[in-house]
Design a binder for this molecule. Structure first.
Ligand code: V07
Length: 262
């Protein structure tokens, strides 16, 4: 592990850097960077409540963290960053909150898309398009299209995503192919199933991060997380900084991955 002095990559809103141009950051070793990091961005509502703010203020603040962590991931050479932005269960929230959340993709992209393009980031989404408002889909589709040829970080948003729903879709697709005579049921293996998931062309996450103290997977990438390292923090997502992100990766680098072997 190297200790390196870096110029304040954090924003002016980061209290740690207030009043100083730079901050000591323990950077992960460059040789064992996780290829794919997935994050459950939890604690936005709680962060807001504890400050006497409306929940939506927490979501807005969490959006700024997305930018910060995406840039941090790109900087150290993570290939894929998957962020759980909206789950299939989130529709149960009050309509006003759902309506607000559905405006965040376009708001985020209105602010960040040019910067993402300048940084060679490729935007992708996984999840169901069913039920998403047209304005949300239009903004996301435009970002996906305009960044499709970028070769840097893949910034993959899980939007209206549920892992069991994804597996149900995969099962239906395989059943359809068997019925059509295109596929022998005895030929179905882990590879076949993986190829029917929205992550077919991505490596499995090496590391899952969940913020805000909850110790659950919550229907997120159940298949893909089979051998991932898990890292939990009590820090709320709006307060999650590059330093927490690099700490998680440094700990990942200290762990020995066994994939079920010895
Ligand atoms: C959302 C901000 C982050 C904290 C978690 C909940 C609130 C970014 C996006 C987004 C999604 C797709 C896309 C570009 C950006 C987003 C939702 C909520 C629904 F192509 N943040 N963010 N989408 N939050």
């Amino acid at each position: 592990m190297r200790e390196q002095r870096v110029r304040g990559g954090a924003g002016a809103d980061d209290a740690d850097t207030a009043g100083s141009g730079d901050v000591r950051l323990r950077l992960p070793s460059p040789d064992n960077i996780p290829r794919h990091v997935a994050i459950i961005m939890d604690g936005n509502g709680r962060w807001a409540r504890e400050r006497g703010l409306p929940r939506v203020a927490g979501h807005r603040s969490g959006m700024r963290t997305v930018r910060r962590i995406a840039m941090a991931a790109a900087r150290i050479g993570v290939k894929v960053l998957t962020l759980y932005a909206f789950s299939t269960e989130n529709w149960k929230r009050p309509k006003s909150e759902v309506d607000y959340l559905m405006k965040l993709p376009q708001e985020f992209l209105a602010i960040e898309l040019e910067e993402l393009i300048a940084n060679n980031v490729r935007v992708r989404v996984m999840g169901s398009r069913q039920g998403l408002p047209g304005h949300t889909l239009a903004a996301v589709d435009e970002a996906v299209r305009r960044t499709a040829d970028n070769t840097g970080l893949i910034l993959n948003f899980a939007l209206n995503y549920g892992s069991r729903a994804e597996l149900v879709e995969a099962a239906r697709e395989l059943a359809r192919r068997v019925k059509a005579g295109e596929l022998d049921e005895r030929a179905i293996d882990e590879q076949t199933i993986a190829s029917c998931l929205s992550t077919a062309d991505l490596p499995d996450p090496d590391l899952l991060i969940r913020t805000s103290g909850e110790l659950r997977i919550s229907n997120f990438m159940l298949w893909q997380l089979a051998y991932s390292e898990l890292w939990f923090t009590d820090v709320y997502w709006p307060e999650f900084t590059e330093r927490h992100f690099y700490d998680a990766i440094c700990e990942y680098q200290r762990r020995v991955r066994r994939y079920g072997g010895l």
